[in-house]
Design a protein around this ligand. Structure first.
Ligand SMILES: [Zn+2]
Length: 66
C-alpha cells in the first residue's frame, strides 16, 4: 500500500492520482507492491546464516577426521 510520508497517509491504489501521485500533495509515491513481508526475509536471512555456520562446522569436522 503506497504511503505518503508528507501527508502521513496510506492510499489505496485506486485513490492515487495520475502516475501514482498523492491526491493531496501530488507527490509521486512508491506503488511497488511488497509481496515479501520483512519477517519472511529475516527468516530466510537467519536460515542462510545458520546453514552457512553448520556447513563450516561440518567442514571443520571432516578436516579433523582426516
Ligand atoms: Zn501527500
Amino acid at each position: 500500500m503506497p504511503n505518503c510520508e508528507d501527508c502521513d497517509h496510506y492510499w489505496r491504489a485506486d485513490e492515487l492520482g495520475e502516475g501514482g501521485t498523492c491526491p493531496t500533495c501530488g507527490r509521486t509515491l512508491d506503488t511497488t507492491p511488497s509481496k515479501t513481508p520483512w519477517h519472511f526475509k529475516l527468516l530466510i536471512a537467519t536460515l542462510t546464516i545458520y546453514l552457512s555456520w553448520r556447513a563450516v562446522q561440518g567442514i571443520e569436522w571432516v578436516i579433523h577426521k582426516i
